[in-house]
Ligand binder design. Structure first.
Ligand SMILES: [Zn+2]
Length: 149
């Protein structure tokens, strides 16, 4: 359910981005952005992941009556209880642990939709770079995609 919600956030981001594309060249660039082959690392747009995980965690917190925020602030976490509360299979344990790590960064940095704190963004970026092998890109004001070093 939460994963589905995360992907729905991306559908919205993608739609909004495409609506702003005004030239065939820009559309080509965007389509090529996600094309992967063995010669390069897969890519993500950092800001889109920060937003999607933030929304995902706010929904998770609402589903659990505010427990995620309380636990994040108190550094108290029991993955098995989360799996039960979210009615999620044990195979999702690692994912739930990762989400809780993001939640701690969000609540302890007071991140929200209008203010993504660097402390939270860095944790998500590190997850993609180090754990998943992605390159992180940012969107410039001219809608160009630029590698984040
Ligand atoms: Zn995502």
């Amino acid at each position: 359910m939460l994963v589905l919600y995360h992907e729905l956030v991306h559908v919205g981001q993608d739609t909004e981005f495409r609506r702003g594309i005004t030239t065939p060249r820009a559309l080509d660039d965007y389509m090529n952005f996600y094309r992967t082959d063995r010669s390069r690392r897969p890519r993500v747009i950092g800001a889109w992941e920060h937003e999607a995980y933030l929304k995902e965690i706010f929904v998770m917190n609402a589903l659990m009556d505010g427990r995620v925020k309380r636990d994040a602030e108190n550094s108290s976490f029991n993955a098995d209880e989360y799996l039960r509360a979210l009615n999620t299979p044990p195979s999702m344990k690692q994912a739930v642990e990762m989400l809780f790590g993001f939640a701690q960064a969000i609540y302890n940095s007071n991140s929200n939709l209008s203010n993504i704190a660097p402390a939270y963004a860095d944790i998500v970026n590190t997850h993609y770079r180090r754990d998943q092998g992605y390159d992180i890109y940012r969107l410039t004001s001219e809608k160009q995609l630029e590698l984040v070093p």
